[in-house]
Design a binder for this molecule. Sequence first.
Ligand SMILES: *[C@@H]1O[C@H](CO)[C@@H](O)[C@H](O)[C@H]1NC(C)=O
Ligand SMILES: *[C@@H]1O[C@H](CO)[C@@H](O)[C@H](O)[C@H]1NC(C)=O
Ligand SMILES: *[C@@H]1O[C@H](CO)[C@@H](O)[C@H](O)[C@H]1NC(C)=O
Ligand SMILES: *[C@@H]1O[C@H](CO)[C@@H](O)[C@H](O)[C@H]1NC(C)=O
Length: 501
Amino acid sequence: MVKDNDQIQIPNQRDKKMLIGVVWNCAAELKLLLSALLFLCSLITLFQFFPSSFRDLTGCASFPPPSSALQLLVTPPPPPPPVHNKLQDVVLQGGLIKRNFNGYGSAAYNFILMSAYRGGGNTFAVIGLSSKPLHVFAKPTYLCQWVPHNATDNQPNITVPGYKILPDWGYGRVYTVVVVNCTFPSPVGHDGGGGQLLVHASTSGGGDSNFDLTDTIEALTETPGSLNPLQFTAPPKYDYLYCGSPLYGGLSPQRVREWLAYHVKMFGENSHFVIHDAGGVHPEVMEVLQPWIEKGYVTLQDIREEERFDGYYHNQFLIVNDCLHRYRFMTKWMFFFDVDEFIFVPKKDTIKTVTDSLLQYTQFTIEQRTMSNKLCYLDDNVGKIYRKWGIEKLVYRDTKRGIRRDRKYAIQPRNVFATGVHMSQNVKGKTIHKTEGKIMYYHYHGTISERREPCRQLENTTEVNVGGTPYVVDTTMREAAGAVKRFELRMIGPVLQKTHQ
Ligand SMILES: *[C@@H]1O[C@H](CO)[C@@H](O)[C@H](O)[C@H]1NC(C)=O
Ligand SMILES: *[C@@H]1O[C@H](CO)[C@@H](O)[C@H](O)[C@H]1NC(C)=O
Ligand SMILES: *[C@@H]1O[C@H](CO)[C@@H](O)[C@H](O)[C@H]1NC(C)=O
Ligand SMILES: *[C@@H]1O[C@H](CO)[C@@H](O)[C@H](O)[C@H]1NC(C)=O
């Protein structure tokens, strides 16, 4: 166990060091250059005749400084290291006071790389976060460069502009999500020679108009022989893959248990569930996931580090885009919904007949059936109700009309370039919303993140009005529960019988 942990941590630490290394290197060069400038300052009294070429720090992270600057760095003895090279105000001719401004540090990264994936022989998706105000008020740009391991004359470096997609536009916080689509005019690395995808991210003067700072990101490295071009055309391994949003907070192990057994049964043998742990998978939830991980139905990703960066809703859009591109060629259909939501297909159909009937669409959206998260139906004795599954006892459906309710969706991911939470905007092909009556989801809002008994109000009539909202009893999910319980027992045995709320 200890050894495993070590092996997992080493690459992490190295990555971190690399990131810090890049920032630090850059800072050191900047500091040196600034010190040099200050030195120059003390020699030349007239500030405005400053050589403009020194202002351009574009190459800081990626290219060696121009040779004239290099000489300048070498010749003067370094001044005693001040904490900050503070620029003073200058009194000019006629008593005019030129005020100066001193910048310290930077508050948001230009780019935080999460991942990069190939989308074919000539195309890549690079997924990360970037400073939100930078994107709102400036025009940061991205250049993609493919560097073959053995760059030769007939295999030179290729550079193309990256196409940036902002899937959470209108939502971001300190950070916004960026998917950079790098598409080269012809296949790269297809000879199996390996290579590296670099992305040059430029602020275009957004943070400081004196500096078009460019950071070079090592997005993806392919070792020679590692590329399997067949992966893009081979039939997908799964029929259905679930991409989960980040899980956080005190999740109810019992609700997770119900959700997982229900959906493994619904999506069947050729399905897979990618669960993202942003702090919500505590040991009791882990116990619920474990048997399904062992059966090969669940992959758990620890994304807790993402919490360091303040984006919208635990960086939900970042995580779903990573999932899209990571599994894009592994599944026919990809579903995006939450763990307090249950997909339902009426009896005459199955999930397969529904998706087969929608094959001509890249995307379909799914209507919501809103269930009460606290009203329970008292149609048998009170003592027993607490032992029932959530989907058995929460049977009151909200029938209020004229409310726009969120939808969830599924896609054929090979035709999708970036994705959202309620639907994908960057797709090739058609989207259909008219799926009413064919497929829907039951939404038990908030039940997943509560560890107490969900039944907090017992009702004994099939129609009730609570706080102005009309409810009717809808036992659809209750009727499905028995088969789900038997399915769970058959698949993983009785290990989860004692699971708590
Ligand atoms: C990038 O965009 C192009 C054009 O829309 C598309 O064909 C390609 O599949 C995209 N690549 C990725 C990796 O999404
Ligand atoms: C390609 O780029 C790399 C890194 O920027 C550089 O070291 C190499 O010399 C370049 N090769 C060619 C053929 O341009
Ligand atoms: C790279 O080039 C060197 C020298 O030409 C050669 O020996 C080596 O096999 C090449 N490596 C690959 C992966 O092509
Ligand atoms: C239903 O509930 C009401 C009030 O909560 C109560 O007065 C009534 O006796 C109940 N009826 C039955 C059949 O339990």
